[in-house]
Write a protein that binds this ligand. Structure first.
Ligand code: KIV
Ligand code: ZN
Length: 519
């Protein structure tokens, strides 16, 4: 049986700190539930002293998510550690993660402290954390630029104080695999009590080496790796969880370790993070990028048709992607197109499939491969008559630099008039929340673009939105001289499409359920 590597996920802490990736408490909670389903061993939920929201996120995640250990970050001060402990009060398996910088650069310029002072503070922090919980992790920030003798002393000291995990971060993504391997091996050789702790690594990706460095550390004896979904994190990010998990799984022959990651949950988790933050992964991103399983070159396609092993080292299904992304080509027929739409959850009638097929063949003449996104464009470009289940009668928003904003929305639904007011982070967010409430939907805006189509201060603005409803994306667009009005109409456009698609799906399901004798 191969040895187990502990997966410590810091998407909600280090990942969330990166530009554009901030999440509110409810979003963190949603991600935390999914990270639990993904099988992470430790879930770092936040840095409680940093803000009330961070505190609340750690508190609520601790209350709801029970399988993984929940970690809260704290600097090596009593105030931080006590606040972290308060936030972890309801955790089934609480972990306090305390840290202090150890490199001379940080000591001289940031902390303005001597090595002796930092050593003493590290000891004191672990001692205090240990008075609250058995599970204490200590991190030596900027460890890879720390004098190695001094690093050994610090590690020995915090283990003496009871640290159960000692983390060696490559805070600025500076090290390379051979060097990092040497650092980890040295710690294991020179620190007398090293066996009493789990040695962990936390690599940043400034040189694009975060995953490679983490694997080198595992080879040298590290047994916990810290990582994030989609590799999000400070600057160039952290080691990506999906890459680490799949490298360990695919290369069992040379790195014989296992993890508790349910790899089939990877894609869903990655997509959820994209939908929540609006930060998409690049197309060629390993494991979860749009092209990660797409085979473009003819010679590769030929190989794939002969035997997938020729060019596929893991299956898309193993990371939770339903089928290979190679969807349809020029020679695909009407039936294949209809089937594909149905697989995607869209049920077209004969008239619609005729129109769609015409557009499809036109596109296939220009484009070698047709992907799901192309089919979505075909579908949403006037193939289906979308009934206006809801239409906008009025939107009135109150916004300014004093948050939150308020919006009142009045919708027509047949002869009914529906009214609702909501608050939100800006007038558009408040409007969308009100529309969700009135239409009984729950949309996640994936993309929102506004552009001016005429000139002047009374210019007409055009809004485009992509909204995810239960895992399916619908686009909407609208123009108006008022951006809140345009935003509301664009969103409603997407809502009406989503409702229509759901109705079609239910209709098709009912058709399939009718017993043969009655049909
Ligand atoms: O990069 C880093 O050093 C960190 C520590 C707080 C673990 O994020
Ligand atoms: Zn970090």
């Amino acid at each position: 049986m191969s040895e187990r590597i502990t997966i410590f996920d810091t998407t909600l802490r280090d990942g969330e700190q990166s530009p554009g990736c901030s999440m509110n408490v409810e979003e963190k909670l949603r991600m935390a539930r999914q990270l639990e389903a993904l099988g992470v061993d430790v879930l770092e939920a936040g840095f409680p002293i940093a803000s009330d929201d961070d505190f609340e996120a750690v508190r609520q995640v601790s209350q709801e998510v029970k399988r993984p250990a929940i970690a809260a970050l704290a600097r090596a001060t009593s105030l931080d550690i006590e606040r972290a402990w308060e936030a972890l009060a309801h955790a089934a398996r609480p972990r306090i993660h305390t840290f202090i910088a150890t490199s001379d650069i940080h000591l001289e310029y940031k902390l303005k402290k001597t090595r002796e002072q930092v050593l003493e503070e590290a000891r004191r922090a672990v001692r205090l954390a240990k008075s609250f919980t058995e599970d204490v992790e200590f991190s030596a920030e900027d460890a890879t630029r720390t004098d190695l003798d001094y690093l050994c002393q610090i590690v020995q000291a915090v283990i003496e104080e009871g640290a159960t995990t000692v983390n060696i971060p490559d805070t600025v993504g500076y090290t390379i695999p051979s060097e990092f391997k040497r650092i980890i091996s040295t710690l294991r050789e020179r620190v007398p009590n090293i066996e009493r702790c789990c040695l962990s690594v936390h690599c940043h990706n400034d040189l694009g080496l975060a995953v490679a460095n983490s694997i080198a550390a595992v080879e040298a004896g590290a047994r916990q790796v810290e990582c994030t979904i989609n590799g999000i994190g400070e600057r160039a990010g952290n080691a990506s969880l999906e890459e680490l998990a799949m490298a360990l799984r695919v290369r069992q022959d040379v790195i014989p370790f296992n993890t508790g990651i349910v790899t089939t949950q990877i894609y869903k988790t990655s997509q959820m993070l994209c939908n929540i933050t609006g930060v998409m992964v690049q197309a060629n991103k390993a494991i979860v990028g749009k092209n990660a399983f797409a085979h473009e070159a003819g010679i590769h396609q030929h190989g794939m048709l002969c035997n997938k092993l020729t060019y596929e080292i893991m299956t898309p299904e193993s990371v939770g992607i339903k089928q290979s992304m190679l969807v349809l080509g020029k020679h695909s027929g009407r039936h294949a197109l209809q089937q594909k739409f149905e697989d995607m959850g869209y049920f077209l009638n004969r008239n619609e499939i005729d129109k769609a097929y015409k557009l499809f063949t036109k596109l296939a003449d220009r484009k070698k491969e047709i992907f799901e996104e192309d089919l979505m464009v075909i579908l949403q470009d006037g193939i289906q008559e979308i009934p206006q289940t809801y239409s906008l009668r009025l939107v009135q928003a109150l916004a300014g630099n004093h948050k939150p904003s308020t919006a009142t929305v009045v919708l027509d639904k047949g002869t009914e008039i529906l009214v609702h007011s909501e608050t939100g982070d800006g007038p558009v967010a408040a409007t969308y929340k009100a529309i969700d409430k009135l239409t009984n939907t729950q949309g996640q805006v994936i993309d929102y673009t506004i552009r001016s189509v005429t000139r002047g201060s009374d210019a007409v603005g055009e809004v485009f939105v992509h909204v995810d409803f239960n895992g399916r994306t619908f686009s909407g667009k609208a123009a108006s001289t008022d951006i809140v009005d345009a935003s509301a109409r664009a969103y409603l456009h997407a809502v009406n499409k989503a409702l229509h698609a759901e109705e079609r799906r239910l209709e098709a399901q009912r058709r399939l359920e009718v017993p043969v004798a009655q049909s």
